[in-house]
Design a protein around this ligand. Sequence first.
Ligand SMILES: [Zn+2]
Length: 360
Amino acid sequence: MAEFLIGLSEEDATFLARIALAFVVCLGAIIGSFLNVCIYRIPLEQSVSRPRSHCFSCGKTIRWYHNIPVLAWFFLRGKCAYCKAPVSFRYPAIEAITAMLFLMVFQMWGNPAIFGLNPLSIPELIPIYWLFVASTVVNIMIDIDHRILLDRISLGGTVLALAAAAAFPAMHGELSWWHGLCDAMGGAAVGFGIGFAIAFLGERIFLQDAFGFGDVKWMMLFGALFGWNGLLWILLMASFLGLIMGVGALIYNRIKHLSEEGAVAIPFGPALGVAALIWLFWSRRLLDGFAWLREQALLHETAMLYGLIPVLLVMMVWLSIRIVAIRRYNRALAEAEAAEGEVELTPVADETQDQEAPHA
Ligand SMILES: [Zn+2]
């Protein structure tokens, strides 16, 4: 990166950086627009390239200038240009979030190099992490909509992460390809192992499939990408996030008297995905914070060794809360059916399924 800038004045470098940032934001928004298509079509096993985007209401093909990411939604005031049917705010939101994530990746691993400020930047990793944030957005949204985590992301991503670790061992803070690959393989094994153990224990102890196999495979990818240490942190954060979401769902169900469909069992995928994104961007700060606590003797060295215990404890509490919510809902469903036979409730799918979708 530095050689590229030899001969550039400071103003030129700043100008170049601004163009690069604008380009990255546009790229992220365009990719986000494509992710919207993936989120909608992949679970329905439709092609993501054909036909072109069309209005769900009137079926008209959307013109390119009505499909400009983020902006078009505001120009059209959230309505179809032809039939004025409302278009969900979710579309521009996902485009904007993807643009922001692309920019964050670029800033973290690339752009400061243009200014020569960040000695830690590794521009080669930018495409890898772009791919990761995009796939994470897709998986989170599809899990919310359909309780599915895509195999092509979990398994394909793990293969890519192993290859990337060998090609760019700096990803894992290593110098040789062999060490990078070992770290990634170890992380993948730990991710799969812990995920499998939780799924197995959940089934044995609670007699319910509370933790889907889709989650297990996604954890394998996180392990390959961030190492076993990062994976444990992600699991810890995801457990807290899942706990908050689970309590939120309980309160929501209480308020709604369990009579509304959905919203009862929240899948674990979104919590995992958000935790992984937090780790991607703020792992160094989190670890620095803990190192500081240790220096202040506020945290004993061995406390780190027992990191796994709180992870499992929180996970168990979260699982039990979630299962209570599901059982209560199912009981209410059975009672309603027995009493009336006319109340229509949709049974809760309490499992994140794996998907064996054909290639699009
Ligand atoms: Zn329309």
